[in-house]
Design a protein around this ligand. Structure first.
Ligand code: AMP
Length: 379
C-alpha cells in the first residue's frame, strides 16, 4: 500500500491559474502547505500558496529544485512538457503521471486512444497537409472542423469548414501543422463528467452536468444535466473506462457531445479539475479540488454527494468593458456565491471568476445564476 501524504505535508502544483488557486484553497484548508511553479508572478495560485516559484517550463533544473522541496507534485496546467514532468518524476511522485498528460495533450493521440477503447468519438481524420485535407474532407463531409492537434483549448486553433470554405484558408487558420479533421455534429447539448480515481483504484464521480458555451468558451454549467438517465449512465461508464485505462490518480474531466439523435460522443479529456466542476466547491460534500488533493496524497476519496441542484456561470473579462462590475449587487444576494481569481487584468474572453447558485432544480439554479451575472453590468 502506498503511504498517504498527510496534512502538514507539502504539495507542489505545476501551473498557477485559477484551478491551482482553488486547489490551494482546498489544500490549505486541510493543513497542507502548497508550492506553485510557473513563469509568472503574483498569480491566482501564488496569491494563495505558501510559496510561489517563478521559473521557465524549459528550465529542468528549476523544476527539479521545485520538486525536491515538496512531497508530491500535481499540475493544474495540462500543457506542461513531458521533459518537465519527467524531471519532477525523478525526484517525487507526480500524480496523475506524466504519461496521462502525454496522451491528453495531443488531440490525435487522445482520439486514437479513445477509439482504441471502443469509445464513441466524432468521425475524424489525421491531417498533415492541404493535400490530405482535400482528400479527407471528401470522406468526412461538410460541415467539418479542423483543429490543431497540440495545445488547443476553448476553440483556439480551430476552423469550421462549411460548404463554400476554402481549404487552404482553413489549414492556415488551424495553424498549418499536425491537425485533426472532425465531422461537425448537430448538437442537442454538451455534457461532461468530472471523476476521480484514487491510488487504490477507487472511482468516484460528480455525475453528468450540462455545459452551455458562448463563443467556444464555457458559459454556464447546470448540475445535474437534465438528460435521459441512460445517457448520463453511459457518460459515467465511459468516464470510468477512461480513468481506468489511463491509470489516472487524480481528477479527470470527460467532455461529451450529445447529438440531435441522442448519441453520446467524447469531445475531449482534461486530466485535472475542470471549469464544469466548479459548482462542486459550493454544492458537494467534497469539491473536485479536495478530491484531487485526496487522490494525489493517496488518501481515500471523499463523498461526491451533491447537496442541492446547482449552476455555475463564468465571469469573463468582457464584463469589465464598462468599468468594474457591480459586485455589491451580487454580494447582496444571500444565496449566490462569488469566486474571483485575483487576476489584475480583465481581457475579453479571460476567465476572471465565476458565480454559483443552488435551487430546487438545476434549471432554476441556472436562471438564478444568469440573472445574478446580468446584474453585474446592468445600468
Ligand atoms: P473544443 O476546443 O474541441 O472543446 O471545441 C470547443 C467547442 O466548439 C465545443 O465545446 C463545441 O461547442 C464546438 N465544437 C467543437 N468541435 C465540434 C464538432 N465536431 N461538432 C460540433 N461542435 C463542435
Amino acid at each position: 500500500m502506498t503511504a498517504p501524504i498527510l496534512p502538514g505535508s507539502t504539495v507542489g502544483v505545476l501551473g498557477s491559474g485559477q484551478l491551482g488557486r482553488m486547489f490551494a484553497i482546498a489544500a490549505r484548508r486541510m493543513g497542507y502547505r502548497v508550492h506553485t511553479f510557473s513563469p509568472d508572478y503574483d498569480t491566482p495560485t501564488g496569491q494563495v500558496a505558501d510559496v510561489e516559484v517563478r521559473g521557465s517550463w524549459n528550465d529542468l533544473d528549476a523544476v527539479r529544485a521545485f520538486a525536491s522541496r515538496v512531497d508530491v507534485v500535481t499540475f493544474e496546467f495540462e500543457n506542461v512538457s513531458s521533459e518537465s514532468t519527467a524531471a519532477a518524476e525523478a525526484v517525487v511522485p507526480v500524480r496523475p503521471a506524466g504519461s496521462v498528460l502525454h496522451t491528453t495533450q495531443n488531440r490525435l493521440r487522445e482520439k486514437r486512444f479513445l477509439a482504441g477503447l471502443g469509445i464513441p468519438v466524432t468521425p475524424f481524420a489525421a491531417i498533415g497537409s492541404v493535400a490530405e485535407l482535400e482528400r479527407e474532407i471528401e470522406r468526412i463531409g461538410r460541415p467539418a472542423v479542423l483543429k490543431s492537434a497540440g495545445f488547443g483549448y476553448d476553440g483556439k486553433g480551430q476552423s469550421k469548414i462549411g460548404p463554400g470554405s476554402d481549404l487552404r484558408t482553413a489549414w492556415i487558420a488551424a495553424g498549418s501543422g499536425e491537425s485533426v479533421l472532425e465531422a461537425f455534429v448537430e448538437l442537442e447539448c454538451e455534457i461532461s463528467v468530472v471523476a476521480a480515481r484514487g491510488i487504490d483504484g477507487t472511482f468516484a464521480h460528480f455525475g453528468a452536468v450540462r455545459n452551455d458555451h458562448a463563443h467556444h468558451i464555457l458559459d454556464v454549467t447546470t448540475a445535474p444535466a437534465a438528460v435521459d438517465p441512460a445517457v448520463a449512465r453511459d457518460a459515467v461508464d465511459i468516464a470510468r473506462t477512461v480513468l481506468e485505462a489511463l491509470g489516472v490518480v487524480g481528477v479527470l474531466c470527460v467532455e461529451f457531445f450529445v447529438s440531435k439523435s441522442g448519441a453520446l460522443m467524447v469531445n475531449e479529456l482534461a486530466p485535472r479539475p475542470h471549469n464544469s466542476g466548479h459548482f462542486t466547491f459550493d454544492a458537494c460534500v467534497t469539491s473536485q479540488f479536495e478530491q484531487q488533493l485526496r487522490a494525489v496524497c493517496a488518501l481515500p476519496l471523499g463523498s461526491t454527494e451533491q447537496l442541492r441542484p446547482a449552476a455555475m456561470a463564468n465571469l469573463l473579462g468582457d464584463l469589465w468593458s464598462g468599468g468594474a462590475p457591480r459586485w455589491e449587487r451580487v454580494c447582496a444576494m444571500a444565496d449566490v456565491k462569488l469566486h474571483l481569481y485575483g487576476k489584475a487584468e480583465a481581457r475579453p474572453g479571460r476567465k476572471m471568476g465565476h458565480l454559483t447558485a443552488m435551487a430546487a432544480t438545476g434549471e432554476e439554479a441556472a436562471a438564478r445564476v444568469r440573472a445574478a451575472r446580468a446584474l453585474l453590468t446592468a445600468i
